[in-house]
Ligand binder design. Structure first.
Ligand code: NDP
Ligand code: PYC
Length: 339
Protein backbone atom coordinates (compact mmCIF):
# COMPACT_ATOMS: atom_id res chain seq x y z
CA UNK A 1 0.00 0.00 0.00
CA UNK A 2 1.43 3.40 -1.03
CA UNK A 3 1.55 6.14 1.60
CA UNK A 4 0.31 9.66 1.04
CA UNK A 5 2.99 12.19 0.06
CA UNK A 6 3.74 15.89 0.13
CA UNK A 7 4.79 17.69 -3.05
CA UNK A 8 5.97 21.20 -3.82
CA UNK A 9 3.98 22.90 -6.59
CA UNK A 10 7.00 22.41 -8.89
CA UNK A 11 7.43 18.69 -8.15
CA UNK A 12 3.73 17.97 -8.55
CA UNK A 13 3.76 19.87 -11.84
CA UNK A 14 6.75 17.81 -13.06
CA UNK A 15 5.03 14.58 -12.06
CA UNK A 16 1.81 15.49 -13.90
CA UNK A 17 3.69 16.72 -16.97
CA UNK A 18 5.64 13.43 -17.10
CA UNK A 19 2.37 11.44 -17.07
CA UNK A 20 0.96 13.46 -19.96
CA UNK A 21 4.19 13.30 -21.98
CA UNK A 22 4.37 9.53 -21.54
CA UNK A 23 0.80 9.36 -22.87
CA UNK A 24 1.91 11.15 -26.06
CA UNK A 25 1.09 14.81 -25.34
CA UNK A 26 3.54 17.35 -26.72
CA UNK A 27 5.30 19.89 -24.48
CA UNK A 28 2.74 22.65 -25.20
CA UNK A 29 -0.23 20.49 -24.14
CA UNK A 30 1.43 18.54 -21.29
CA UNK A 31 3.10 21.64 -19.78
CA UNK A 32 -0.06 23.75 -19.76
CA UNK A 33 -2.20 20.93 -18.28
CA UNK A 34 0.39 20.25 -15.58
CA UNK A 35 0.42 23.96 -14.60
CA UNK A 36 -3.34 24.21 -14.30
CA UNK A 37 -3.89 20.86 -12.49
CA UNK A 38 -1.05 21.42 -10.00
CA UNK A 39 -2.56 24.87 -9.32
CA UNK A 40 -5.91 23.14 -8.63
CA UNK A 41 -4.31 20.91 -5.97
CA UNK A 42 -2.28 23.83 -4.57
CA UNK A 43 -5.51 25.80 -4.04
CA UNK A 44 -7.35 22.73 -2.75
CA UNK A 45 -9.84 22.68 -5.63
CA UNK A 46 -10.15 18.91 -5.64
CA UNK A 47 -12.88 18.76 -8.31
CA UNK A 48 -10.38 20.18 -10.84
CA UNK A 49 -7.07 18.77 -9.61
CA UNK A 50 -5.17 15.53 -10.26
CA UNK A 51 -8.31 13.41 -10.34
CA UNK A 52 -8.98 15.01 -13.76
CA UNK A 53 -5.83 13.46 -15.33
CA UNK A 54 -7.56 10.13 -15.88
CA UNK A 55 -10.42 11.71 -17.84
CA UNK A 56 -7.99 13.69 -19.98
CA UNK A 57 -6.03 10.52 -20.80
CA UNK A 58 -9.27 8.66 -21.60
CA UNK A 59 -10.15 11.48 -23.99
CA UNK A 60 -6.75 11.14 -25.70
CA UNK A 61 -7.20 7.34 -26.03
CA UNK A 62 -10.70 7.80 -27.47
CA UNK A 63 -9.25 10.10 -30.15
CA UNK A 64 -11.50 12.99 -29.00
CA UNK A 65 -8.64 15.46 -28.44
CA UNK A 66 -5.43 16.11 -30.36
CA UNK A 67 -2.54 15.47 -27.92
CA UNK A 68 0.04 17.12 -30.18
CA UNK A 69 -2.01 20.19 -31.18
CA UNK A 70 -0.22 23.51 -31.54
CA UNK A 71 -2.88 26.21 -31.05
CA UNK A 72 -2.93 28.97 -33.67
CA UNK A 73 -3.72 32.65 -33.39
CA UNK A 74 -6.26 33.52 -36.12
CA UNK A 75 -5.03 37.07 -36.58
CA UNK A 76 -7.62 39.76 -37.14
CA UNK A 77 -5.36 42.81 -37.36
CA UNK A 78 -5.86 45.12 -34.35
CA UNK A 79 -9.42 43.83 -33.82
CA UNK A 80 -10.96 43.79 -30.33
CA UNK A 81 -11.90 40.17 -31.07
CA UNK A 82 -8.86 37.92 -30.73
CA UNK A 83 -9.41 34.36 -31.91
CA UNK A 84 -7.35 31.27 -31.15
CA UNK A 85 -7.97 27.96 -32.90
CA UNK A 86 -7.06 25.29 -30.36
CA UNK A 87 -6.75 22.77 -33.23
CA UNK A 88 -8.72 20.22 -31.19
CA UNK A 89 -6.17 20.34 -28.39
CA UNK A 90 -6.85 21.22 -24.75
CA UNK A 91 -8.15 24.69 -23.90
CA UNK A 92 -5.47 25.97 -21.54
CA UNK A 93 -2.58 26.03 -24.07
CA UNK A 94 -4.84 27.99 -26.46
CA UNK A 95 -5.73 30.44 -23.68
CA UNK A 96 -2.03 30.92 -22.82
CA UNK A 97 -1.29 31.72 -26.48
CA UNK A 98 -4.08 34.30 -26.81
CA UNK A 99 -3.69 36.00 -23.43
CA UNK A 100 -0.95 38.57 -24.22
CA UNK A 101 -2.76 39.64 -27.39
CA UNK A 102 -6.07 39.91 -25.49
CA UNK A 103 -4.39 42.10 -22.85
CA UNK A 104 -2.76 44.37 -25.43
CA UNK A 105 -6.08 44.84 -27.30
CA UNK A 106 -8.10 45.40 -24.10
CA UNK A 107 -5.72 48.16 -23.00
CA UNK A 108 -5.84 49.65 -26.51
CA UNK A 109 -9.63 49.54 -27.08
CA UNK A 110 -10.89 49.57 -23.46
CA UNK A 111 -12.39 46.11 -23.94
CA UNK A 112 -11.53 43.04 -25.96
CA UNK A 113 -12.58 39.42 -26.28
CA UNK A 114 -10.58 36.26 -26.64
CA UNK A 115 -12.50 33.56 -28.48
CA UNK A 116 -11.07 30.06 -28.23
CA UNK A 117 -12.54 27.58 -30.71
CA UNK A 118 -12.34 23.82 -30.96
CA UNK A 119 -10.84 23.04 -27.57
CA UNK A 120 -11.22 20.16 -25.14
CA UNK A 121 -12.13 21.85 -21.86
CA UNK A 122 -12.08 20.28 -18.40
CA UNK A 123 -10.34 22.82 -16.20
CA UNK A 124 -11.50 25.39 -13.65
CA UNK A 125 -11.73 28.96 -14.94
CA UNK A 126 -10.05 30.80 -12.05
CA UNK A 127 -6.46 30.20 -13.30
CA UNK A 128 -7.46 32.07 -16.48
CA UNK A 129 -9.23 34.78 -14.48
CA UNK A 130 -6.11 35.38 -12.39
CA UNK A 131 -3.92 35.46 -15.50
CA UNK A 132 -6.09 38.21 -17.07
CA UNK A 133 -6.30 40.29 -13.88
CA UNK A 134 -2.48 40.17 -13.65
CA UNK A 135 -2.56 42.57 -16.63
CA UNK A 136 -4.63 45.07 -14.59
CA UNK A 137 -7.84 44.08 -16.42
CA UNK A 138 -11.27 42.99 -15.18
CA UNK A 139 -12.57 39.84 -16.84
CA UNK A 140 -15.63 37.67 -17.43
CA UNK A 141 -15.06 34.11 -18.62
CA UNK A 142 -17.57 31.45 -19.62
CA UNK A 143 -17.96 28.25 -21.59
CA UNK A 144 -20.54 25.54 -22.19
CA UNK A 145 -19.91 21.90 -21.27
CA UNK A 146 -22.08 18.88 -22.18
CA UNK A 147 -25.81 18.49 -21.60
CA UNK A 148 -26.16 17.27 -18.01
CA UNK A 149 -28.37 19.95 -16.42
CA UNK A 150 -32.16 20.29 -16.80
CA UNK A 151 -33.47 23.83 -17.39
CA UNK A 152 -35.53 25.14 -14.43
CA UNK A 153 -38.96 23.54 -14.69
CA UNK A 154 -37.68 20.84 -17.06
CA UNK A 155 -36.71 17.22 -16.41
CA UNK A 156 -34.09 16.28 -19.00
CA UNK A 157 -30.42 17.29 -19.41
CA UNK A 158 -30.01 20.13 -21.93
CA UNK A 159 -27.70 22.78 -20.44
CA UNK A 160 -24.11 22.14 -19.40
CA UNK A 161 -22.70 22.83 -15.94
CA UNK A 162 -21.47 25.94 -17.80
CA UNK A 163 -18.87 27.65 -15.60
CA UNK A 164 -18.98 31.43 -15.18
CA UNK A 165 -16.15 33.42 -13.64
CA UNK A 166 -15.23 37.02 -12.96
CA UNK A 167 -12.11 38.80 -11.81
CA UNK A 168 -11.18 42.32 -10.69
CA UNK A 169 -7.51 43.32 -10.31
CA UNK A 170 -6.27 44.63 -6.93
CA UNK A 171 -2.99 46.34 -6.19
CA UNK A 172 -0.60 44.30 -3.99
CA UNK A 173 -3.41 41.84 -3.19
CA UNK A 174 -4.81 38.76 -4.87
CA UNK A 175 -7.61 39.73 -7.27
CA UNK A 176 -11.31 39.54 -6.45
CA UNK A 177 -12.36 36.30 -8.19
CA UNK A 178 -15.48 34.23 -8.32
CA UNK A 179 -15.74 31.09 -10.38
CA UNK A 180 -18.67 28.69 -10.29
CA UNK A 181 -20.66 26.14 -12.18
CA UNK A 182 -24.14 27.40 -13.12
CA UNK A 183 -25.46 24.05 -11.87
CA UNK A 184 -25.93 23.73 -8.09
CA UNK A 185 -22.54 21.99 -8.02
CA UNK A 186 -19.87 21.08 -10.55
CA UNK A 187 -20.28 17.60 -12.05
CA UNK A 188 -16.83 16.85 -10.65
CA UNK A 189 -18.34 17.21 -7.15
CA UNK A 190 -21.00 14.57 -7.94
CA UNK A 191 -18.29 12.23 -9.21
CA UNK A 192 -16.22 12.82 -6.03
CA UNK A 193 -19.30 12.01 -3.88
CA UNK A 194 -19.83 8.81 -5.92
CA UNK A 195 -16.20 7.74 -5.42
CA UNK A 196 -16.40 8.45 -1.67
CA UNK A 197 -19.71 6.52 -1.38
CA UNK A 198 -21.43 9.66 -0.03
CA UNK A 199 -25.00 10.86 -0.65
CA UNK A 200 -25.49 14.24 -2.35
CA UNK A 201 -27.07 17.16 -0.52
CA UNK A 202 -30.75 17.58 -1.40
CA UNK A 203 -31.57 19.88 -4.30
CA UNK A 204 -28.56 19.01 -6.47
CA UNK A 205 -30.12 16.55 -8.90
CA UNK A 206 -33.12 14.63 -10.25
CA UNK A 207 -33.45 11.06 -11.54
CA UNK A 208 -34.31 10.20 -15.14
CA UNK A 209 -38.05 10.57 -14.31
CA UNK A 210 -37.53 14.08 -12.90
CA UNK A 211 -37.83 13.06 -9.20
CA UNK A 212 -35.38 14.50 -6.64
CA UNK A 213 -32.44 12.21 -5.81
CA UNK A 214 -29.46 12.26 -3.45
CA UNK A 215 -27.84 9.16 -4.96
CA UNK A 216 -24.79 10.19 -7.08
CA UNK A 217 -25.16 7.22 -9.49
CA UNK A 218 -28.85 8.05 -10.11
CA UNK A 219 -27.98 11.74 -10.43
CA UNK A 220 -25.31 11.03 -13.04
CA UNK A 221 -27.88 9.03 -15.04
CA UNK A 222 -30.58 11.68 -14.52
CA UNK A 223 -29.98 15.43 -14.54
CA UNK A 224 -28.32 18.03 -12.37
CA UNK A 225 -30.20 21.21 -11.44
CA UNK A 226 -29.25 24.82 -12.18
CA UNK A 227 -28.31 26.99 -9.19
CA UNK A 228 -30.90 29.58 -8.14
CA UNK A 229 -33.76 27.99 -10.11
CA UNK A 230 -34.85 30.10 -13.10
CA UNK A 231 -32.02 32.62 -12.51
CA UNK A 232 -29.19 30.11 -12.89
CA UNK A 233 -31.07 28.49 -15.76
CA UNK A 234 -31.17 31.83 -17.63
CA UNK A 235 -27.47 32.58 -16.99
CA UNK A 236 -26.58 29.12 -18.23
CA UNK A 237 -28.70 29.69 -21.35
CA UNK A 238 -26.87 33.00 -21.90
CA UNK A 239 -23.58 31.06 -21.83
CA UNK A 240 -24.89 28.68 -24.52
CA UNK A 241 -25.78 31.76 -26.61
CA UNK A 242 -22.58 33.79 -26.12
CA UNK A 243 -19.90 31.13 -25.68
CA UNK A 244 -21.25 28.54 -28.13
CA UNK A 245 -23.73 29.87 -30.69
CA UNK A 246 -22.28 33.40 -31.00
CA UNK A 247 -18.69 32.17 -31.41
CA UNK A 248 -19.68 29.48 -33.92
CA UNK A 249 -18.93 26.52 -31.67
CA UNK A 250 -20.81 23.59 -30.10
CA UNK A 251 -23.64 24.00 -27.59
CA UNK A 252 -23.78 21.56 -24.65
CA UNK A 253 -26.28 19.19 -26.38
CA UNK A 254 -24.11 19.26 -29.52
CA UNK A 255 -21.05 18.38 -27.42
CA UNK A 256 -22.89 15.38 -25.98
CA UNK A 257 -23.94 14.28 -29.49
CA UNK A 258 -20.32 14.61 -30.66
CA UNK A 259 -18.84 12.67 -27.71
CA UNK A 260 -21.70 10.26 -27.07
CA UNK A 261 -20.69 10.15 -23.39
CA UNK A 262 -20.01 12.39 -20.39
CA UNK A 263 -16.94 10.36 -19.41
CA UNK A 264 -14.65 12.26 -21.81
CA UNK A 265 -13.56 15.87 -21.76
CA UNK A 266 -16.01 18.07 -23.72
CA UNK A 267 -14.93 19.72 -27.00
CA UNK A 268 -16.33 23.22 -27.52
CA UNK A 269 -15.35 26.91 -27.40
CA UNK A 270 -14.70 29.48 -24.70
CA UNK A 271 -15.25 33.23 -24.38
CA UNK A 272 -12.94 35.48 -22.36
CA UNK A 273 -13.90 39.15 -22.06
CA UNK A 274 -11.40 41.71 -20.73
CA UNK A 275 -12.17 45.26 -19.60
CA UNK A 276 -9.87 48.15 -18.73
CA UNK A 277 -11.33 49.83 -15.61
CA UNK A 278 -9.29 52.98 -16.36
CA UNK A 279 -10.75 53.26 -19.87
CA UNK A 280 -14.35 52.74 -18.70
CA UNK A 281 -14.05 55.28 -15.87
CA UNK A 282 -12.08 57.91 -17.84
CA UNK A 283 -13.47 61.39 -17.24
CA UNK A 284 -15.63 60.21 -14.36
CA UNK A 285 -15.01 61.04 -10.69
CA UNK A 286 -12.96 58.72 -8.49
CA UNK A 287 -10.35 56.05 -9.08
CA UNK A 288 -12.09 52.73 -9.90
CA UNK A 289 -9.51 50.63 -8.06
CA UNK A 290 -9.76 52.73 -4.87
CA UNK A 291 -13.55 52.69 -5.05
CA UNK A 292 -13.50 48.91 -5.48
CA UNK A 293 -11.31 48.57 -2.37
CA UNK A 294 -13.85 50.55 -0.31
CA UNK A 295 -16.55 48.23 -1.60
CA UNK A 296 -14.60 45.09 -0.66
CA UNK A 297 -13.91 46.57 2.80
CA UNK A 298 -17.65 47.09 3.28
CA UNK A 299 -18.30 43.43 2.45
CA UNK A 300 -15.64 42.12 4.83
CA UNK A 301 -16.71 44.58 7.56
CA UNK A 302 -20.01 42.67 7.79
CA UNK A 303 -18.15 39.45 8.60
CA UNK A 304 -18.63 38.11 5.07
CA UNK A 305 -15.70 36.71 3.14
CA UNK A 306 -14.66 37.49 -0.41
CA UNK A 307 -14.94 34.64 -2.91
CA UNK A 308 -11.61 32.86 -3.51
CA UNK A 309 -10.35 33.74 -0.01
CA UNK A 310 -10.51 30.03 0.91
CA UNK A 311 -8.43 29.30 -2.20
CA UNK A 312 -5.85 31.99 -1.45
CA UNK A 313 -5.52 30.72 2.14
CA UNK A 314 -5.08 27.15 0.85
CA UNK A 315 -2.45 28.41 -1.62
CA UNK A 316 -0.47 30.12 1.14
CA UNK A 317 -0.50 26.92 3.18
CA UNK A 318 0.54 24.77 0.20
CA UNK A 319 3.37 27.14 -0.61
CA UNK A 320 4.76 26.97 2.90
CA UNK A 321 3.94 23.36 3.87
CA UNK A 322 3.62 21.63 0.48
CA UNK A 323 0.68 19.91 -1.18
CA UNK A 324 -0.45 16.77 0.64
CA UNK A 325 -1.88 14.03 -1.54
CA UNK A 326 -3.64 11.00 -0.07
CA UNK A 327 -2.38 7.44 -0.56
CA UNK A 328 -5.12 6.90 -3.17
CA UNK A 329 -4.06 10.02 -5.09
CA UNK A 330 -0.38 8.99 -5.05
CA UNK A 331 -1.40 5.51 -6.26
CA UNK A 332 -3.39 7.15 -9.04
CA UNK A 333 -0.35 9.17 -10.16
CA UNK A 334 1.86 6.05 -10.06
CA UNK A 335 -0.67 3.98 -11.98
CA UNK A 336 -1.22 6.63 -14.64
CA UNK A 337 2.55 6.97 -15.15
CA UNK A 338 3.04 3.19 -15.43
CA UNK A 339 0.12 2.44 -17.78
P1 NDP B 1 -18.05 26.51 -5.54
O1 NDP B 1 -19.49 26.52 -5.25
O2 NDP B 1 -17.16 25.64 -4.76
O3 NDP B 1 -17.46 28.00 -5.42
C1 NDP B 1 -17.97 29.03 -6.22
C2 NDP B 1 -17.31 30.35 -5.91
O4 NDP B 1 -17.92 30.89 -4.73
C3 NDP B 1 -15.82 30.28 -5.62
O5 NDP B 1 -15.21 31.42 -6.15
C4 NDP B 1 -15.78 30.25 -4.10
O6 NDP B 1 -14.57 30.73 -3.53
C5 NDP B 1 -16.93 31.16 -3.75
N1 NDP B 1 -17.50 30.89 -2.43
C6 NDP B 1 -17.85 29.69 -1.91
N2 NDP B 1 -18.35 29.86 -0.67
C7 NDP B 1 -18.32 31.19 -0.41
C8 NDP B 1 -18.70 32.00 0.71
N3 NDP B 1 -19.22 31.46 1.81
N4 NDP B 1 -18.53 33.33 0.62
C9 NDP B 1 -17.99 33.89 -0.49
N5 NDP B 1 -17.61 33.18 -1.57
C10 NDP B 1 -17.78 31.85 -1.53
O7 NDP B 1 -17.80 26.24 -7.10
P2 NDP B 1 -18.48 25.18 -8.07
O8 NDP B 1 -18.55 23.85 -7.40
O9 NDP B 1 -19.72 25.73 -8.64
O10 NDP B 1 -17.37 25.12 -9.21
C11 NDP B 1 -16.09 24.59 -8.92
C12 NDP B 1 -15.18 24.70 -10.11
O11 NDP B 1 -15.65 23.89 -11.16
C13 NDP B 1 -15.03 26.09 -10.70
O12 NDP B 1 -13.66 26.41 -10.62
C14 NDP B 1 -15.47 25.96 -12.16
O13 NDP B 1 -14.70 26.70 -13.09
C15 NDP B 1 -15.29 24.49 -12.39
N6 NDP B 1 -16.16 24.01 -13.46
C16 NDP B 1 -15.62 23.78 -14.68
C17 NDP B 1 -16.42 23.35 -15.71
C18 NDP B 1 -15.88 23.16 -17.08
O14 NDP B 1 -16.65 22.87 -17.97
N7 NDP B 1 -14.62 23.32 -17.33
C19 NDP B 1 -17.84 23.11 -15.51
C20 NDP B 1 -18.30 23.43 -14.19
C21 NDP B 1 -17.48 23.85 -13.19
P3 NDP B 1 -13.56 29.69 -2.75
O15 NDP B 1 -12.98 28.83 -3.83
O16 NDP B 1 -12.57 30.57 -2.08
O17 NDP B 1 -14.41 28.91 -1.79
O1 PYC C 1 -17.18 19.76 -13.05
O2 PYC C 1 -19.03 20.11 -14.19
C1 PYC C 1 -17.81 19.90 -14.12
C2 PYC C 1 -17.04 19.87 -15.39
C3 PYC C 1 -17.51 19.60 -16.63
C4 PYC C 1 -16.42 19.69 -17.48
C5 PYC C 1 -15.34 20.01 -16.72
N1 PYC C 1 -15.74 20.14 -15.44
Amino acid sequence: MTNGATFTVATLQERVEAIFKKAGLNKVQAGALARVLAAGERDHCKSHGVYRIEGALRTVKAGKVNPTAIPELVEQEASAIVRVDAKSGFSYPAFELGLPVLAERAHKHGLAALVVNDCSHFTALWPEVEAVTAYGLATLIMCPSYATVAPAGGTKPLLGTNPYAFGWPRENKPPYVFDFATSVAARGEIELHRRAGKQLPEGWAIDSEGNPTTDPETALAGAMLPFGGHKGSAISTMIELLAAIMIGDRTSPEVLDYLGTTTLSPMHGELILAFSPEAFSAGRPGNPFERAESFFEAIVAQGARLPSQRRFDARKKSESEGISLSAAEVELLDRLYEQ
